[in-house]
Design a binder for this molecule. Structure first.
Ligand code: NI
Length: 278
C-alpha cells in the first residue's frame, strides 16, 4: 500500500464537539466572521498534518487541474509559493468523516440559519520564508457569476497562523457590500489568484486574525479578506471547507469578466472543470 493510502486508513476516531454561543451568530451577521479557539481534536490534527504533507509532496490534485500555485501562472518552474489542492475529499472521502468537516457543516448551518449545507474543501500551503501573500479579495469573486450564493468558508490552520506566517485579515462588516471588481494577480488569467482592482475603501479598519493550530475562522463568502506572506521559519499549512446551500441560478448573470477569463484559461490548460456536486 502507498504511504498515502496507508495514512488515510489510519484516521483517528476522536470525536470533538463544538457549540456556538448565540452572541456568535449575531457577531457573524454584523461583522461577517467569527473565530473559534478549537474545531477538532489533537489526534485528528496530527493525522491531518501527515496526510496534508503527503498530498503536497505528490504535487497533484484530486483531479486534473486540482493542484496549482495560486500566485504564479499554471505550470511555472521552481518552488511553488502558495500551492493549493482543491476538493481533496473527491479523492479521499475519509475527509468527510473528520470532526473538522462535521463541525464545519454544523457551524455553517447555524451561522447561515439553514437546515442543510453542502461542502467542498481546499488546502493552501504557505512554505516557510517564501510563502506568498494573497491580496484583498472576496471568495465569491472566484465562483460562477450565473448564480447567487448563501455560503461561508471555514478555515483552519494546521500550524499557528501568526502575523509573521501570514494569518488572514478581515474588514468587519465588509460582507454586506456587493462583489467589487477583481482581476487575476499580475493581471494574468493563467494565475488562479484574484485581487480587488483597487484597495478596499475601509482597508485601514482591517483586523488581523492570528489563529492557533486547530482553531478556525468562519467568514461570509463576500467578506473582504487578505493574508500576508510567510516570512517566518515555519510552514503555515491551512485547510478550508466552503459551505453553501445550493446556488440559485440568476435570470441575468453578474458581470464578472475576470471569472470568465480565468475559467477559460484553466479549462484550456486542464480541460473541463470537475463538478463537485450532482
Ligand atoms: Ni479567500
Amino acid at each position: 500500500m502507498s504511504v498515502l493510502a496507508d495514512l488515510i486508513q489510519r484516521r483517528p476516531d476522536a470525536p470533538f464537539e463544538v457549540e456556538l454561543k448565540p452572541t456568535q451568530i449575531e457577531e457573524f451577521r454584523t461583522r461577517g466572521f467569527i473565530q473559534i479557539p478549537r474545531i477538532t481534536s489533537d489526534e485528528e490534527l496530527a493525522w491531518l498534518r501527515q496526510v496534508y504533507d503527503a498530498l503536497f509532496t505528490e504535487k497533484r490534485g484530486a483531479y486534473r487541474g486540482g493542484y496549482f500555485d495560486l500566485t504564479r501562472p499554471y505550470d511555472s518552474e521552481g518552488e511553488d509559493l502558495l500551492p493549493q489542492i482543491i476538493a481533496p475529499e473527491t479523492r479521499f472521502p475519509q475527509f468527510k468523516e473528520t470532526s473538522f468537516w462535521k463541525n464545519g457543516a454544523k457551524l455553517a448551518r447555524h451561522l447561515l440559519g439553514v437546515e442543510h449545507v453542502r461542502g467542498w474543501g481546499h488546502m493552501i500551503r504557505k512554505p516557510a520564508r517564501i510563502g506568498g501573500s494573497l491580496p484583498w479579495h472576496q471568495d465569491e469573486a472566484y465562483w460562477d457569476p450565473a448564480f447567487d450564493y448563501r455560503a461561508l468558508g471555514c478555515w483552519m490552520p494546521l500550524d499557528a497562523a501568526t502575523i509573521e506566517s501570514g494569518c488572514m485579515s478581515m474588514i468587519p462588516g465588509a460582507h454586506l457590500g456587493d462583489i467589487v471588481p477583481h482581476r487575476h494577480l499580475n493581471d494574468d488569467p493563467n494565475v488562479e489568484g484574484l485581487e480587488t482592482i483597487t484597495l478596499p475603501a475601509r482597508a485601514a479598519e482591517a483586523v488581523p486574525l492570528p489563529t492557533p493550530a486547530g482553531g478556525a475562522v468562519l467568514h461570509h463568502c463576500r467578506m473582504l479578506h487578505m493574508s500576508g506572506p510567510n516570512v517566518s521559519e515555519h510552514v503555515r499549512r491551512a485547510y478550508a471547507n466552503e459551505w453553501q446551500t445550493p446556488p440559485v441560478k440568476r435570470a441575468i448573470p453578474y458581470e464578472r469578466p475576470w471569472q470568465v477569463e480565468g475559467r477559460e484559461a484553466h479549462s484550456k490548460k486542464f480541460g473541463k472543470d470537475l463538478v463537485f456536486f450532482d
